[in-house]
Ligand binder design. Structure first.
Ligand SMILES: Cc1cc2nc3c(=O)[nH]c(=O)nc-3n(C[C@H](O)[C@H](O)[C@H](O)COP(=O)(O)O)c2cc1C
Length: 395
């Protein structure tokens, strides 16, 4: 077996300011579209809590609207009022009790707000939705252009309204702190409001918040700066980017993203979480595992900032290599985590990364004693296939 101490960085702690993560595995923010009035409920507690029991070092709560009109769907979590704090506190407490650092993604959906849940078909809310109690609302963006032809035409934010949005993000950070979160992530990806400002495809402004890259970066950078000032010095600030737009010919390039990441680093951002696509409906998902890892690697190498890699990472050896090879400091998982909330526990065993003499590593005590006892029994029974095949049972 490989010398784990030298190579298995996936299970080494990561220090971000005064926050220590038990390993390099994060649950990527994932909307569950299951809130009422933005309030977290038992579903969110169980869904997110499961990942702490499964051994993830960091659990990032889904895109959480800093304003009601900043929700993607009526079912998104929100953090626009003090009433949202209390139910989030429960989740924070559970995650921390079970060893995971609680983080929350602060978001404004901008031109991609006011849509149906994916299982209701996605797309903009309409009169039928209004009839069942979920009426569309006025969306906002950098420019008055629909994100996708046929979708809501957003209102282009005025300078005064831009300041209001900035204050909404700052107030959201204050509430995230009140709820006890240990990290916040500013959502600048996937075609939502910050991304709509960053991308030349969606930002047609001719004032100081548009035009060249410096103009298009201005709002996200101003907000990052304000979040850094609001958020405690001892806790980390993440920013999720779409490293490239779905349209590689006319949109944001990886060079733009490296420049953006440098500016973020200069403002005290700690981690750039590298996703891609989403302006309009376009996501360029090459058909390979870890398709966004190269962006995390480039940003890390060229902007000198820690990165989180995400996107179709499913294999323990692959995840380990991403960290060990210095492509990213953290590996985030979305669907992989939904598929197996115990992924870190299984990966730790697959990599032989448990502490010496402890085959169950980070398994919670509530499960490990029973699994430990089951092991010798399974060994005696032999493989299931032997039984299913009708072969004679071993003595
Ligand atoms: C159900 C679901 C909800 C998602 N919601 C969000 C979200 O709230 N914020 C975000 O930045 N990305 C969101 N994403 C994208 C994921 O965070 C992740 O980047 C993407 O799924 C790629 O990782 P994976 O291949 O491990 O799923 C979502 C993805 C899924 C599958």
């Amino acid at each position: 077996m490989a010398d784990i101490a030298a190579t298995a960085h996936l299970f080494h702690p990561l220090q971000l300011r005064e926050l220590r993560l038990r390993n390099r595995l994060a649950v990527s923010p994932m909307c569950q579209y299951s809130a009422v009035d933005g309030l977290a409920n038992d579903f969110h507690l169980v869904h997110l809590g499961r990942f702490a029991l499964g051994g993830f070092g960091l659990v990032v709560v889904e895109a959480t609207g800093v304003a009601p009109e900043g929700r993607i769907t009526p079912g998104d979590l929100g953090i626009w009022s003090d009433d949202h704090v209390e139910p989030l506190k429960r989740i924070v407490a559970f995650l921390e009790q079970h060893g995971a650092a609680p983080a929350i993604q602060l978001a404004h959906a901008g031109p991609k707000a006011s849509t149906r849940r994916p299982w209701q078909g996605g797309g903009p809310l309409d009169a039928d939705d209004a009839a069942r109690g979920e009426a569309p609302w006025q969306t906002v963006s950098a420019s008055a252009e629909a994100a996708v032809p046929g979708w809501h035409v957003p209102h282009a934010l005025t300078i005064e309204e831009i300041s209001e949005v900035t204050e909404q993000f700052v107030a959201a950070a204050r509430r995230a702190r009140a709820a006890g979160f240990k990290a916040i992530e500013l959502h600048c990806a996937h075609g939502y409001l910050m991304n709509a400002f960053l991308s030349p495809i969606s930002n047609r402004r001719d004032d100081q918040y548009g035009g060249d890259l410096a103009g298009r970066m201005r709002l996200p950078l101003e907000i990052a700066e304000r979040l850094r000032a609001e958020w405690p010095d001892e806790l980390p600030l993440f920013v999720r980017v779409s490293a490239v737009d779905g349209d590689p010919d006319s949109g944001t390039t990886a060079d733009d993203t490296v420049a953006f990441a440098r500016e973020l680093a200069a403002r005290g951002v700690d981690v750039v979480d590298c996703s891609s696509g989403g302006v309009g409906r376009r996501y360029a998902h090459p058909e390979h595992y870890g398709y966004q890892v190269p962006y995390a690697a480039r940003v890390r190498a060229e902007a000198g900032i820690a990165t989180m890699a995400v996107g179709l990472v499913v294999d323990p050896e692959h995840a380990q290599a991403i960290v060990a090879d210095g492509e990213a400091d953290l590996v985030a998982m979305g669907r992989t985590a939904l598929d197996d909330p115990d992924w870190p526990l299984h990966a730790q065993q697959a990599l032989g990364a448990q502490p010496a003499g402890d085959p169950f590593g980070d398994w919670p005590q509530q499960a490990r004693w029973a699994l430990e006892a089951r092991g010798p029994l399974l060994d005696r029974l032999g493989p299931w296939a032997q039984w299913a095949g009708g072969e004679e049972q071993p003595e």
